[in-house]
Each structure stands twice: as structure tokens, then as C-alpha cells.
Write a protein that binds this ligand. Structure first.
Ligand code: Q46
Ligand code: ZN
Ligand code: ZN
Length: 310
């Protein structure tokens, strides 16, 4: 197969776009497509300070790489959760990536050092999530990402979610008709403010997903072709996750009919733009946490602070 642009041997073929490209033109296409998504959804501009949540995996490191290539002010955030057999290796990948890029600055939040316990210890102590630490993990990550985005004076938080991630979430939400979640699923989540009677305010940072239109295999190809060294292993707690099951089902459908995943997701975004889900997207009232000031939907202490006070 030949590259559509230069006729040299193609290294990657995208059936849904009927497009094959070589090792020079594929990364070029990938970077340009990211820029198009950033502009299409008005994610951020070169003046904005962007915080990229990096896990050491392919999507987040690829995102950080592309944003730096495009000249954005993009700093990384790595959260060391202290998960055995995973966190040390993934942290090393982030540190290695940054060491090779003089423009890659990053912050590490070490859960044990800052809060006194690693994720498995907190999860065991609070008995949340039926023996799986994922719900506590999600809560901790959301809190820390929001705190660092706001305290660090960043305009926006960027995550490496790809189309496969988004479509699996959408599939699960449609299957259970979680209409509130469906209404809030978008490439850009605007910031929201929490106010108390005393005028104290905190809020949720603006969040964006510049890779939401790329298939997982497309971000994987980008990292392989450009030589980004990422952690191949999944977190050990991801085994058996429902989202992985949904991804498997969606990939089967994609195999039989290329383009199924993107039609499902992009069709959803079109319907969203036409106002199909607007009525469900009512604002949840937010209050600042009495302990940390971060937003919470129930007045008093937020769920993150309650983790450490029990
Ligand atoms: S939630 Fe669960 Fe992930 Fe946290 S404990 Fe691992 S699998 S890292 S995306
Ligand atoms: Zn080419
Ligand atoms: Zn709090």
C-alpha cells in the first residue's frame, strides 16, 4: 500500500477514512487533525495555559507531545497513586518523556506523600466500590486534577480520552438510559462556579478532550511511529472493567462495518449540537467544600475530604 500524499510505502491504513499514510505523513496528519479538533470545539488558544493529565499511557503522552509540537503552553500533571506493579513504572515513563523534551514541565502529586496513604490503603479503609479501588481512584483523580488546574492558574485541563473511550461511555450510558450523564458528555466541559452564602467560591475547571475523534489504534500508531515510550500494561485493577467489555463489543461491530464507532459518536455530537439533549443538561448546584473549598453538590464536606476524615 502506498502513502496517499507521497507514494512511498504506507505504514498505517485508516479504513474508515480510506486513507493510508507513510511514516512522515501520518504524524503530520495526526497533529493537524488535533489542531482541527481544538479549533472546531473552541478548546483553547495559544494564550491559554493548559494542564495535561498524564498517566504514562499512550494517549496522554501522545496528547502532551502533540500540544508541545503545536506550540501550546502545555504542562503535565502526574498523580502517583501508589498502585503496586503499575504506578512506579508509569511514573518512570512520564519522567523519561519529560527528560527528553526541554519544554515539557510537569507536576507530580504523590498521594502517599501528600495525604499519608496510597490508593489501595485508602480504598481498603473506606470500603467503597466492592473490593475494587476504581471508584475511590476516580474521585481522587478528579479532585487532584481540579485542584492543580485551579491552584496552578491553568485555563483548562486536557485529558487524552480517545473516541473508543468516549464511545464506550456513551454506549454504557445509552444502555442504561443515564440521560443526565448523556447530556453532560462532550468534548468540552465548561467551568462551573460554586458559591456559598459567605461569598466563598471555588469551582470545576474547564475540561477538554482534544483526541476525542481519534480511534485508539490511531493514537497507538502515532506513539509507535514517533517513538514515544509509554507503559503498555494496563492498571491491574482495569481487568474485568465494564468499559473494556463495551470496547470489545464495539470493536466487533467496527470489524464488520468500519466506521461504526465514529458514526455512533459523531452522530451523537451532531444531535447534541442541534439541541437534542439540552433540556437534560440542567446545571447542578455546586457548593464549596467546608474543608478544602472545592466544589461539591451537597453542602458540607466534599467526598474527597470525607475520605480522609473517616
Ligand atoms: S480507575 Fe481503577 Fe483506573 Fe484507578 S484503580 Fe486503576 S483501573 S487507574 S483508569
Ligand atoms: Zn507520505
Ligand atoms: Zn473538600
Amino acid at each position: 500500500m502506498k502513502c496517499r500524499k507521497c507514494n512511498r510505502p504506507a505504514v498505517f491504513n485508516m479504513r474508515r477514512h480510506k486513507l493510508a499514510l507513510c511514516e512522515v505523513h501520518y504524524p503530520e496528519w495526526f497533529v493537524a487533525q488535533t489542531q482541527r479538533a481544538i479549533e472546531k470545539y473552541h478548546m483553547f488558544s495559544p494564550d491559554d495555559r493548559v494542564l495535561v493529565a498524564v498517566s504514562g499511557g499512550k494517549d496522554s503522552l501522545a496528547l502532551w507531545d502533540v500540544l508541545l509540537r503545536l506550540g501550546y503552553q502545555a504542562n503535565g500533571l502526574y498523580i502517583d497513586l501508589g498502585i503496586d506493579g503499575y504506578s512506579a513504572a508509569s511514573r518512570e515513563k512520564v519522567e523519561q518523556f519529560a527528560a527528553q523534551r526541554p519544554d515539557a514541565r510537569f507536576t507530580i502529586v504523590d498521594l502517599k506523600a501528600e495525604y499519608g496513604e496510597r490508593l489501595p490503603e485508602v480504598a481498603r479503609r473506606v470500603h467503597r466500590g466492592r473490593g475494587k479501588p476504581c471508584s475511590v481512584c476516580g474521585l481522587i483523580k478528579r479532585h487532584v486534577m481540579n485542584r492543580v488546574t485551579r491552584d496552578g492558574g491553568y485555563d483548562v485541563l486536557a485529558t487524552g480520552h480517545n473516541l473508543d473511550d468516549e464511545v464506550a461511555v456513551l454506549f454504557g450510558n445509552v444502555l442504561h438510559w443515564q440521560t443526565g450523564y448523556i447530556a453532560r458528555q462532550a468534548p468540552v466541559l465548561e467551568a462551573s462556579v460554586a458559591r456559598s452564602e459567605t461569598g466563598h467560591s471555588g469551582g470545576l475547571a474547564r475540561k477538554v478532550k482534544p483526541f476525542c475523534r481519534f480511534y485508539e489504534r490511531e493514537t497507538a500508531a502515532y506513539t509507535l511511529i514517533t517513538g514515544i515510550n509509554y507503559i503498555y500494561a494496563e492498571c491491574p485493577h482495569a481487568v474485568g472493567a465494564t468499559s473494556l467489555r463495551y470496547k470489545g463489543i464495539l470493536n466487533q461491530m467496527e470489524e464488520e462495518s468500519p466506521g461504526t464507532k465514529s458514526q455512533f459518536y459523531l452522530g451523537f455530537l451532531r444531535a447534541r449540537k442541534e439541541g437534542f439533549f439540552c433540556e437534560r443538561a440542567e446545571e447542578v448546584e455546586l457548593h464549596p467544600c467546608s474543608n478544602c473549598g472545592q466544589p461539591t453538590s451537597v453542602p458540607g464536606m466534599c467526598a474527597f475530604c470525607r475520605l480522609w476524615k473517616t
